[in-house]
Design a protein around this ligand. Structure first.
Ligand SMILES: [Zn+2]
Length: 138
């Protein structure tokens, strides 16, 4: 779907600033606010950081983006709207991992571990990947 229509379908006006911010997220897939600001300001140097923050917040509120957190608690924005998991590599790469069977299994195993009147809103596993260091001695 075209950027303009995607933003409109979420209920927001497809302003030029919003289209540019969404374009940044399409480029990155997962991005920190710093990456989005750098991209947007490389195109439109006059767009203030607070405007970009507000747009990112509004995108999260309407479900165009979601937030994910690495093991240090740093926030990244994610453009993939469906329920999925992530591999975080030591080099800072974030890779989507979708497995409906695994997600359904976790939901099933956890449904009785939450309180009455509660429901599992989202299942998102973070898998931290490290380089192997146990190389064989020659
Ligand atoms: Zn993702």
């Amino acid at each position: 779907m075209e950027i303009r229509n995607k933003i409109k379908a979420s209920g927001l006006k497809a302003t030029p600033q919003r289209r540019l911010v969404y374009q940044a997220m399409q480029k990155f897939g997962h991005a920190s606010i710093d990456e989005v600001v750098a991209f947007v300001q490389s195109v439109t140097p006059d767009m203030h950081i607070s405007t970009i923050y507000r747009i990112m917040e509004s995108f999260c509120e309407v479900g165009l983006l979601s937030r994910i957190y690495n093991s240090e608690g740093k926030t990244y924005f994610d453009i993939t709207p469906t329920e999925h998991h992530h591999f975080f590599t030591e080099t800072g790469e974030i890779v989507d991992f979708e497995d409906r069977e695994l997600t359904a299994l976790i939901r099933e195993k956890c449904k009785n571990k939450i309180g009455d009147g509660q429901t599992i809103k989202k299942v998102s596993i973070q898998i931290m990947v490290a380089e192997k260091t146990d190389l064989p001695v020659i």
